[in-house]
Design a protein around this ligand. Structure first.
Ligand code: XLS
Ligand code: CA
Ligand code: CA
Length: 441
């Protein structure tokens, strides 16, 4: 196919225009060089565009097919289409001036006649990426293998009853992990995909858990073998596509990691809507990951308040995002992680500019939320209220209860001897919620 000279209406990288501007082709809050808590906004947020939703998804839903009719999705020579798609992707990265992108192997290159050819196709496009990354300075936040779309994965990848699928998956992950390493990727993501089950009637659950633990170890061993210094991340999700996914939420993933002996090796990529689907808030999942020492990165896309499935929408709610950003700042910010927009425009948003403006809006929501979160942190009033609530734990006799050597008998004896009579104190939730809203801009 002949790629259009330019797919998007904008050409120059978009710039900060300030909150009062109505120019849709500019950032109202994202000012990448602005210092926030002593660090550039771009380095705080580390935005990434997701290849799959933006360039590979054709706009279908369960009731209807393609709506976008992208030129790079139609033609006989699949590798030529993949190269044209890469041109358009890097055009968007340049317009948005984002520092990162993310991809699955299947997003960037078509399946070949066999496994070997499929892996070679991925390598061929990765070589094109390497050249484009060199000239554009866009970096890879993470790579991942698609181990869920093809029918061979219908019963899972690492947890498949068929060992040949386990082996196939290992070969695919090896290839993408190596490609990610060669492209200087900062992380490698494993999303469970179909690592779960539909019914126990056909499932050997303990065996599948063992397979999964071994697979994770194989990946980590290979990471060290090739000298990949990035972080391996698991992305929790409670259900969809399978009814029961083994990586349900952050807490469940931590349990799996402990069982596999990998809790110091692997971290999590927390997605906003996966948190919602698991019955949690996004900030809960981030805070839980930070508390367990496994916070890595985020997928910044929300669900729909009424639909209970994974709608993968761009973020629009500043207040919710501010609470998430606050937890990220409290956790010390990202190390290798970043803010990936694993988000789809709606299937009626068929104009090229919709893809640009969706990202602009989302980047602004995150930037504004970051500023609010930084104010919350800097002011310290919220932290002070929490510290006051736990102040009793600073007393020596109370600290002693948590130390090794304390016993239930000794604690019980002191509680009786001191005639303890604990008096409940208000949790002051509404007062703190009002305090939070005082930071909104
Ligand atoms: C699907 C997941 C997926 C991962 C990467 O729900 O969000 O897109 O982020 O495989
Ligand atoms: Ca995701
Ligand atoms: Ca998702």
């Amino acid at each position: 196919m002949n790629a259009p000279a330019r797919f998007f209406p904008a050409d120059e990288p978009l710039r900060y225009v300030g909150p009062l501007s109505r120019d849709p082709y500019g950032f109202r809050w994202y000012d990448k060089d602005q210092l926030v808590l002593g660090k550039r906004m771009e380095d705080h947020l580390r935005f990434a565009v997701a290849y799959w939703h933006s360039f590979t998804w054709p706009g279908g839903d369960p009731f209807g097919g393609e709506t976008f009719l992208r030129p790079w999705m139609h033609g006989a020579d699949e590798m030529a289409l993949a190269r044209a798609k890469a041109d358009v992707a890097f055009e968007l990265f340049r317009i948005l001036d984002v520092p990162f992108f993310c991809f699955h192997d299947r997003d960037i290159a078509p399946e070949g006649a066999n496994l070997k050819e499929s892996n070679a196709n991925v390598r061929a496009i990765a070589e094109i990426f390497a050249r484009k990354m060199e000239s554009s300075k866009v970096r890879l936040l993470w790579g991942t293998a698609n181990l869920f779309s093809h029918r061979r994965f219908m019963s899972g990848a690492a947890t498949n009853p068929d060992p040949d699928v386990f082996a196939w998956s290992a070969a695919q992950v090896k290839n993408v992990l190596e490609v990610t390493h060669e492209l200087g990727g900062e992380n490698y993501v494993l999303w469970g995909g179909r690592e779960g089950y539909e019914t126990l009637l056909n499932t050997d659950l303990p065996r599948e858990l063992d397979q999964m633990a071994r697979f994770l170890n194989l990946v980590v061993e290979h990471k060290h073998k090739i000298g990949f210094k990035g972080t391996i991340l698991i992305e929790p999700k409670p259900q969809e596509p399978t009814k029961h996914q083994y990586d349900f939420d952050v807490g469940t993933v931590y349990g799996l990691l402990c069982r596999a002996g990998l809790e110091k090796e692997v971290k999590v990529n927390v997605e906003a809507n996966h948190a919602t689907l698991a019955g949690h808030s996004f900030e809960h999942e981030i805070a839980m990951a930070a508390a367990l020492g496994i916070f890595g990165s985020i997928d910044m896309n929300k669900g729909d308040a009424q639909s209970g499935w994974d709608t993968d929408q761009f973020p629009t709610n500043v207040e919710d995002t501010a609470l998430a950003m606050y937890e990220i700042l409290r956790a010390g910010g990202y190390t290798t992680g970043g803010t990936n927009f694993d988000a789809k425009i709606r299937r009626q948003s068929i104009d090229p500019e919709d893809l640009v403006l969706a990202h602009v809006g989302a980047m602004d929501v995150c930037a504004r939320a970051l500023l609010i979160a930084a104010d919350m942190l800097e002011d310290g009033a919220l932290q002070k209220a929490v510290d006051e609530r736990y102040a009793g734990w600073n007393e020596p006799q109370n600290r002693a209860m948590l130390r090794e050597g304390a016993s239930l008998e000794a604690i019980a004896a002191r509680a009786e001897a001191d005639d303890l009579d604990p008096q409940p104190r208000s949790g002051r939730q509404e007062r703190l919620e009002t305090l939070v809203s005082s930071y909104f801009r």
